[in-house]
Design a protein around this ligand. Structure first.
Ligand SMILES: [Cu+2]
Length: 166
């Protein structure tokens, strides 16, 4: 975990206790204009979605490497067939794990940030119970500060999965 926290800085937007089942109507989703430019200095790997059935919030995890010479700031995510997508961090306060939305995740030049269970993740909710299935591949599109975008393919895995590999 130490290596992970060194790799990025998460800016907390608002800390409040909630669970995945709750909705987050107070948070506006980042808009994709369609006029963004491609961010080339970024590499994604091991992207997967832990699919929670019943159209309840799922989570996406991945490694993101900044291969450029300047820091980058991830500010939003979207994907077809999913809604309510947001960046979340998990913090443990007094032994209780809490999630909160973050406005952005900064990744310094040359660093890799791991989004993983019990850490940073992308919350996302399938549009319907049959919109997405285990074994599907979904394309996650990421928006960065400076009107830049990048995307990666992610494997949809069952709810009891713990990692990309297992
Ligand atoms: Cu979350």
């Amino acid at each position: 975990m130490a290596a992970v926290t060194m790799a990025f800085t998460a800016y907390a937007h608002q800390h409040h206790q909630h669970e995945h089942l709750h909705h987050h109507g107070e948070h506006a989703q980042v808009e994709f204009s369609g006029h963004e430019k491609e961010l080339s200095d970024v590499e994604f790997s091991r992207c997967w979605v832990r699919l929670v059935p019943g159209a309840r919030p799922s989570a996406a995890y991945f490694d993101i490497k900044n291969t450029g010479a300047e820091s980058i700031a991830l500010v939003g995510v979207r994907a077809d067939k999913f809604t309510d997508m947001m960046l979340h961090e998990t913090t443990v306060v007094d032994g209780v794990s809490k999630m909160s939305m973050v406005d952005k995740v900064v990744i310094e030049a040359g660093q890799t940030a791991s989004f993983e269970p019990k850490g940073n993740h992308v919350m996302l909710t399938a549009e319907s119970d049959d919109a997405v299935a285990v074994g599907d591949t979904v394309n996650l599109q990421f928006k960065f500060e400076g009107e830049r975008v990048a995307s990666t393919e992610c494997l949809v895995k069952p709810i009891n999965s713990l990692s990309f590999e297992g």
